[in-house]
Write a protein that binds this ligand. Structure first.
Ligand SMILES: [Fe+2]
Ligand SMILES: [Fe+2]
Length: 192
């Protein structure tokens, strides 16, 4: 894979505000560390980390258009919060913009917000890095960071629980794939 990380970073910088750029670099660094620790591919983790929020600031109608036009993206996304749309859309856009063909990278970006059933190790690494990169600051983040040293699945379940609880408190809908991801991680832990 011939990918120039500095080039990807410079292109990201054109797409997102400064704080999101810093967050993305943080995710890339954390994902790389987690990948080394748990045995995933560190370069793939870094690439997915840099690009995971690439389309986060696109207008809602532009994101919706990509979802409608790409049959590999689930149309049910449109029934849930637009906050969920940028991952799936970025997974399509990076293929044409940067000729990224690696399915593991594409999937890790696709599912970074929702999770999915039977997440790959790279999916887990990128999803968790998004929750614990150094600039993240929310109640419970240090506990999730500490758990990450012990078990990536445990840590991720705790992180998803926080998201689910937040959505419930707000009275907002929960994307079913997030519940499926959580259940699947719990099955995985129980099978070990
Ligand atoms: Fe995101
Ligand atoms: Fe993110």
């Amino acid at each position: 894979m011939r990918i120039d990380l500095d080039y990807l970073k410079s292109r990201l910088k054109e797409q997102v505000p400064e704080h999101r750029y810093i967050h993305s670099i943080g995710v890339a660094e954390s994902a790389k560390k987690l990948a080394i620790h748990f045995g995933a591919d560190p370069l793939k983790a870094e690439i997915a980390g840099i690009l995971h929020d690439y389309t986060k600031y696109w207008p809602k109608d532009q994101l919706a258009k990509v979802i409608k036009e790409n049959p590999e993206l689930s149309p049910d996304l449109l029934d849930y919060s637009p906050e969920l749309w940028h991952g799936p859309v970025a997974s399509i856009i990076i293929q044409t913009e940067f000729q990224i063909e690696d399915q593991e990278i594409i999937d890790a970006i696709h599912y970074h917000t929702s999770g999915r059933e039977k997440m790959t190790l790279l999916d887990k690494v990128v999803c968790l890095a998004d929750y614990i990169e150094p600039s993240r600051d929310y109640p419970g983040v240090n506990e999730i960071r500490a758990l990450a040293n012990e078990s990536i699945e445990k840590s991720l379940v705790q992180a998803l629980d926080g998201t689910i609880q937040f959505l419930m408190k707000k009275g907002w809908k929960i994307y079913p794939l997030t519940m499926i991801a959580r259940n699947s991680l719990i099955d995985e832990m129980n099978d070990k």
